[in-house]
Structures are given as structure tokens and as C-alpha cells.
Design a protein. Structure first.
Length: 113
């Protein structure tokens, strides 16, 4: 593993089912979460709990819908690379683009950092 770059190692760990991660891998994930600006307000305990459940998803094709307005929220996303279009329907149509370190959730307002 020592010949793998840090980004590749992090991605490899996040691709493993969370229940199969070693304590060392959980610590590496936790340390990476410390650098996500959108998570700075969370306690150490919450970040450690996140490290035990987060996983990697990759969506390469434009137009892939992560969730729609009004969907019941059961997860949220952190954009590591690329961008996401966010469209909020209501009285005024709002459209924004979130890039790296954005948090996306159907339950809460989208935060773009």
C-alpha cells in the first residue's frame, strides 16, 4: 500500500464496505475529513462516526440526478472533484453550481463552499 498515492489510498478505502475497514483505515478517513471545510463545525466524535460510514460514489455522466427536490433525505454528498448543478424550484427558480467541498442533501439547504 505504501506505493499508492494518498488520493488513491483514500479512494480505495472509501470503496470498501465500511464494515470491512481496519482501525488504521478509519483513522486515515477521519484525518481526511478534518480537511473538509464544510465539516469544520462538527465535533470530533461526529467526524469519527462519519469516518465509519462514509463511502465513495462516482458519477461520470452529465445529467445524472442524485436526488430531486422533495425526496426524503437519507444521506448527503460531499463533492470531491468536478461540479454539480443544483436546481431549486419555487416562486423563483434558483440554479447554482457547486464545486469541490460542497455538501448536498435533499433535507437541508445546499451549502457550496
Amino acid at each position: 500500500m505504501s506505493t499508492i498515492g494518498p488520493d488513491s489510498l483514500f479512494r480505495m478505502i472509501l470503496c470498501k464496505p465500511p464494515s470491512e475497514r481496519t482501525l488504521e483505515e478509519l483513522e486515515l478517513v477521519y484525518e481526511e475529513l478534518l480537511h473538509v471545510k464544510a465539516l469544520t463545525h462538527l465535533s470530533t466524535m461526529v467526524k469519527r462516526e462519519l469516518a465509519a460510514v462514509v463511502f465513495f460514489e462516482q458519477h461520470q455522466h452529465a445529467g445524472h440526478v442524485l436526488f430531486r427536490q422533495g425526496d426524503e433525505g437519507n444521506c448527503w454528498y460531499v463533492v470531491l472533484k468536478g461540479s454539480v448543478d443544483v436546481i431549486i424550484h419555487g416562486k423563483v427558480r434558483q440554479h447554482s453550481i457547486c464545486k469541490k467541498n460542497a455538501i448536498l442533501s435533499p433535507v437541508t439547504f445546499i451549502e457550496c463552499y
